[in-house]
Write a new protein. Structure first.
Length: 234
């Protein structure tokens, strides 16, 4: 995003939250940002067999909801987001990677349990449909450390308490109140038990490019957790 300083009559380019750089009037802010800023998030991957099970859950829900306007996530892309950063300048990418390496190296590999269906903000008035994650305290500590680290670069703390989940779909903003109630009713009656266990051995920095057919994720960097013996997972 670019801001215009009317008093000085010049363009200001945001290269890092809270920091600005003057740009010549003849330079195109849109071209500058297109070259230097990418949309990113920090996440852990989910094993293929668990993702396939999540895909089956998603298919069952889609069958019950029919043409109700919900934007379903491709099950092959499902991941556990730890921190959404949004736009990050390429100048900041190296610092984010160093923070990730430093924080992740303090924590051991862990397992999370996956199961049950829920929704944000609540199941009777759903906007985001998800499958829950039962995680050890270690995951919350890891996530908090990462958030503290990137906060030092100027990235905001999340407004809501961290609730680990795997997103299946998002109810469209065009959905009517009747549609929302229908989704809520289906979710309330929908039964999903324990789906599986995922072992977390690494944390990844992803690039997200929004395309007409959906977001395209590209892994930019990975930081490995350690095993009980203190060795880095490979």
């Amino acid at each position: 995003m670019n801001q215009e300083d009317d008093r000085a009559g010049r363009q200001l380019e945001i290269i890092q939250p809270g920091l600005f750089r003057s740009c010549a009037q003849k330079s195109s802010p849109l071209l500058i940002m297109e070259k230097e800023v990418i949309r990113t998030f920090i996440a852990v991957d989910i094993p293929e067999d668990v993702r396939e099970s999540l895909g089956q859950v998603s298919t069952r829900l889609q069958e019950q909801l029919g043409d109700t306007p919900v934007r379903w996530v491709d099950f092959k892309k499902i991941h556990l987001t730890l921190k959404f950063l949004g736009d990050v300048s390429k100048e900041n990418l190296g610092m984010v990677q160093k923070i990730l390496s430093s924080e992740v190296s303090k924590h051991q590999a862990m397992e999370i349990g996956i199961g049950r269906v829920g929704a944000f903000p609540k199941i009777r008035h759903p906007r985001v449909i998800w499958v829950g994650v039962e995680a050890p305290t270690e995951l919350y500590d890891l996530r908090r450390g990462i958030e503290d680290g990137v906060a030092r670069l100027g990235y905001n703390y999340d407004k809501y308490e961290f609730t680990p989940h795997l997103t299946l779909g998002r109810v469209s903003r065009k959905a009517s109140a009747r549609d929302v109630r229908k989704v809520g009713k289906v979710l309330h009656e929908f039964k999903v038990g324990f789906i599986g266990v995922a072992r977390i051995q690494a944390v990844h920095l992803y690039r997200s490019d929004l395309q007409p057919e959906g977001a395209v994720y590209t892994r930019l960097f990975s930081a490995q957790l350690t095993e009980d013996n203190g060795q880095v997972v490979v």
